[in-house]
Design a protein around this ligand. Structure first.
Ligand SMILES: [Zn+2]
Length: 270
């Protein structure tokens, strides 16, 4: 989960998401609209009796403030809350078997980071017709998936590319909120599969965006274009606008693949 606005636990339930699957919360910065949902969410998870670990990635002062709130309001939680202290810098902050997560410093009114989630390259795909034909034993499959050739009992070598097809290209997602437009940001993000970049304002209010540490839809689209992202997801709209579709319209003038974000939107990263 990235950030935790007010009512997060209600959204969780409304969209039938599983509390049990929640293991990491990545906070971008310590403004209320990004963290005030945490006590409610933690309290609800505690009531549901979910065990296990929950790691909150945040700055040192965030960890201090939140842990004192949890200590008072969320006693007797059946799970461990851990803090992973991050800084506003470019750094890999989490690495698992299948994924790396790195931070990118942003330009906001308080210290803030964006996150880039990158899948690691997976195994090659077995071609079952070919492994059957060449009588590859089951115990060899893991090594074949990893790229090894198969040597038959009579010494014949079956090259790996006959037995497998290439792995699916790794997917990636960047989450950039909140930030003023940063010219050098695109290079740090790279060609991700999906870029969420805040679009708080439209160009007509560009003069408000930078001093408040926010971006326009056009600026977000420039970042998507310059990063080589495959798709741009909009969001974090100022309430001054009555028609959200204007964000998409403006971004489309710069970048061709724009997904208009709305409450409850489910989008597939591809
Ligand atoms: Zn903010």
């Amino acid at each position: 989960m990235i950030d935790c606005g007010e009512g997060a636990q209600l959204s969780f339930m409304r969209h039938r998401l599983s509390f049990r699957r929640l293991r990491h919360i990545f906070l971008t910065h310590l403004h209320g609209d990004h963290v005030f949902g945490l006590p409610g969410l933690i309290g609800t998870i505690a009531l549901n009796g979910t065990g296990g670990d929950l790691t909150i990635h945040t700055f040192q002062d965030g960890a201090e403030q939140l842990s004192s709130i949890f200590k008072y309001f969320c006693r007797d939680t059946p799970f461990d809350i851990r803090f992973n202290i991050i800084k506003p810098e470019e750094k890999v902050i989490l690495e698992t078997k299948s994924l790396t997560v790195r931070t990118i410093p942003l330009d906001h009114r308080v210290p803030a980071v964006g996150y880039v989630f990158e899948e690691k390259a997976g195994d090659r795909h077995i071609r079952p017709d070919m492994t059957r034909f060449h009588e590859v034993p089951l115990y060899m499959m893991k090594r074949i998936k990893a790229g090894e050739d198969f040597i038959k009992p009579d010494g014949t070598v079956i090259p790996n590319d006959i037995l497998t097809s290439p792995p699916s290209p790794p997917l990636s997602y960047a989450h950039i909120s909140d930030t003023a437009y940063m010219k050098n940001l695109a290079a740090k993000i790279g060609p991700v599969s999906l870029l969420f970049h805040e679009t708080t304002y439209l160009e007509e209010h560009k003069s408000l965006a930078a001093p408040r540490g926010h971006s326009t839809a056009r600026q977000a689209a420039m970042v998507a274009r310059d990063a080589g992202a495959k798709a741009l997801l909009t969001g974090h709209y100022s309430s001054r606008y009555k028609d959200d579709s204007l964000f998409k319209k403006e971004a489309l003038e710069i970048f061709p693949n724009v997904i208009l974000n709305n409450e409850g939107l489910v989008t597939v990263i591809k």
